[in-house]
Design a protein around this ligand. Sequence first.
Ligand SMILES: *[C@@H]1O[C@H](CO)[C@@H](O)[C@H](O)[C@H]1NC(C)=O
Ligand SMILES: *[C@@H]1O[C@H](CO)[C@@H](O)[C@H](O)[C@H]1NC(C)=O
Ligand SMILES: *[C@@H]1O[C@H](CO)[C@@H](O)[C@H](O)[C@H]1NC(C)=O
Length: 372
Amino acid sequence: MAFSSSLFFLLAVFTIEVLSNYDDLQVKDLSPDLQRQLQYMLDDPFRDQIKTNCTTPTSPEVKYLLYTRTTPNLPIIIDPTNPHQISARTKFVMVVPGWLQSPSSKKIVHLKDEYIKRYDLNLVIVDWSQAAFNLYNLTFCDMPFVGQSIADFICTLADQRNLHPGVIHAIGHSLGAQVLGLTAEYLRGKCAMEIGRITGLDISGILFEKLPDSQRLDKSDAELVDIIHSDTLRGFGFWLNIGDVDFHPNCGHDQPGCPYVKKLEPDTMVSDIFCSSDRSVEYLAESVNDNNLIGKSCGICPRSCQTDIINEVYAYMGEECRDNPKPAKRFIVPTNEKSPYGRGWGPFPVVHNSTKCVDEIGSPCLRSCKIN
Ligand SMILES: *[C@@H]1O[C@H](CO)[C@@H](O)[C@H](O)[C@H]1NC(C)=O
Ligand SMILES: *[C@@H]1O[C@H](CO)[C@@H](O)[C@H](O)[C@H]1NC(C)=O
Ligand SMILES: *[C@@H]1O[C@H](CO)[C@@H](O)[C@H](O)[C@H]1NC(C)=O
């Protein structure tokens, strides 16, 4: 009796663990409804089958996990109404994982590790997996609550910790990026403040393409909004340019080295379906400590993948993007099929492990800071 109930307990814990992200799942491990939704999303004419009708307000669980150099693997769970463990004096990065993902997703862990390797910082991963591991249209309905929760947390950081949102670098992938668009909207209303930088990684397109700016991520949501599009053109991502700066690695779709999945089989790895989308997370992660992802300006991308032939400008994609020159806004970025992805370009050939300068918080920039 005791044996069977503890066995049940183990199975229950195991199941909850497994179902917070798709890292090791096959299509047959997903619910039939979710399998059907994914197949619709991969088939263009059926995409309109993804319908949403959010009626009753929801309040899913949202947790804030703090990682630092003293707690790089076992996070401190922050009380968002009393975040006393967070100091205003170091760099602050907040990561919002995407649809069907969680803080334990391998690519999110890798991103966190690269930041901790480079900076002595506060890095918070928002765990909204209870809402994010669900049917797409149901996750969609949970997003306003999650966006509001994050806005409340950011206002509390400003109030209690004297941490101005202007120093926050928020990073969101897929639906997590769209959550940050809602957060920015609430933040304006709630404490009249703006986040410093939002990096949108393969921001979700489905259900969002027809929405007004106020209901999705756009360039008014932070002082700098930089976007990495990696799965557009019948993929999961948003096709149009919506940031202050938009990067289109390999023209923004079908990333090299990713399998081309259109028809789902029971043993299809779910991570293969999301390979191109997830590459945006890998590109940012690599750029933190190996800054060789170089973009060249393109006037009419993604409509055409041609780069400019006159007045061309080069820019860093990823972490160093904050130093990018204006007014160039759109860039094409070639990558390798596997890590290291960066291929350099033009006057910026690949240089691994080079430390030529020191940025404003005292860490090496790996390359010259500015592009002129
Ligand atoms: C979500 O989509 C499923 C089918 O995929 C549908 O049965 C359900 O009614 C939808 N729910 C909402 C709230 O839109
Ligand atoms: C949305 O759901 C409500 C309540 O369940 C229902 O009355 C309404 O007709 C639905 N709207 C659509 C467009 O399906
Ligand atoms: C230098 O960069 C290469 C390529 O990214 C990497 O394999 C190697 O480990 C790096 N060396 C050091 C000392 O960081």
